[in-house]
Design a binder for this molecule. Structure first.
Ligand SMILES: [Zn+2]
Length: 295
């Protein structure tokens, strides 16, 4: 479904209400047609390409739910931030960014990304820097590189229309993702706060409820508070020494009933970031192959 947010900026709603494996897109009906991310709805995307034109796809970052339909657009230019370009250009770099290269999850992710998500390496035609002004015909967007989710996560601000696309700073109840190998809790927090400070009247995110109008400061604060709740739950679980396998199996983040490698990976990717911080601060200690919170 397509919703007009402004004359030349349209929301392409993702399948399943924008839940994984889908993500909302924006379409700029200017400059030959520009799509921001392409994991929303294949029929809508192909129809827009045919009826309105499509000159470029701007990728907010390299995650699979955002490149889902990119393989269906082999003749369209791909743009991304400088820092995320190499993961779109190389499958090995992509796997390394997920942190799965050499892990027990490597085979699962190789298969998932290559087969279910049809990853095809693409040359990035234009590398975008933070603060750069992009001109799509008469429509201007300012690039806001917001690291933490991925190193080069690209948000786009359309000042004249008062629209900010925040991508995976997505304000969902699940909370933030900072589990990629270069991901960082503190960098994520800083980026999320900066995005709220832009103060755009219309804020669009990649998942679930797409459009958030007005001041998103309180929503960003609530979203970031998930980070503290995760750490509290981990600290509580580590009152007794626990192994990596025990931490993964506890399903602190996803809850019971979520079996399989995708969730195993997600639990460890996020919780290991907390564990690293707790170890560095002396809030937790290693005891052989187990971790324990300091009493
Ligand atoms: Zn993402």
């Amino acid at each position: 479904m397509i919703q007009r947010l402004a004359d030349r900026i349209w929301l392409v709603e993702g399948g399943k209400g924008g839940r994984y494996p889908y993500a909302h897109s924006l379409y700029v009906k200017d400059g030959g047609g520009v799509l921001i991310d392409c994991g929303s709805d294949l029929q809508d995307i192909l129809r827009l390409k045919k009826e309105e034109g499509l000159a470029a796809v701007v990728m907010t970052h390299y995650h699979e739910d955002h490149f889902l339909f990119l393989h269906m657009l082999p003749d369209v230019d791909v743009w991304s931030s400088e820092a995320d370009a190499s993961a779109l250009e190389s499958f090995e770099t992509l796997l390394d960014r997920y942190g799965v290269a050499g892990s027990e999850w490597e085979y699962f992710f190789r298969t998932l990304l290559a087969e279910k998500f049809s990853f095809a390496a693409r040359r990035v035609a234009r590398r975008i820097a933070d603060g750069e002004r992009l001109h799509f015909g008469r429509t201007e967007a300012v690039a806001v590189v917001a690291p933490g989710h991925t190193p080069g996560h690209l948000c786009l601000h359309f000042p004249s229309e008062g629209i900010l696309f925040l991508g995976d700073y997505d304000l969902t109840a699940f909370g933030p993702w900072y589990g990629d190998k270069p991901g960082s809790i503190e960098t994520f927090r800083r980026s999320a706060r900066l995005l709220a400070e832009i103060g755009a009247p219309v804020n669009v995110v990649s998942h679930e409820e797409a459009v958030h109008r007005g001041d998103i400061g309180p929503k960003i604060a609530a979203y970031l508070s998930c980070i503290d709740r995760r750490e509290d739950a981990l600290r509580d679980f580590l009152r007794r020494p626990r192994s990596r396998q025990e931490i993964i199996a506890r399903r602190i983040l996803y809850g019971e009933g979520h079996a399989g490698p995708w969730f195993d990976y997600g639990e460890w990717a996020l919780l290991s970031k907390h564990l690293e911080g707790m170890l560095a601060r002396g809030d937790a200690a290693r005891q052989g192959d187990r971790y324990a919170a300091r009493a």
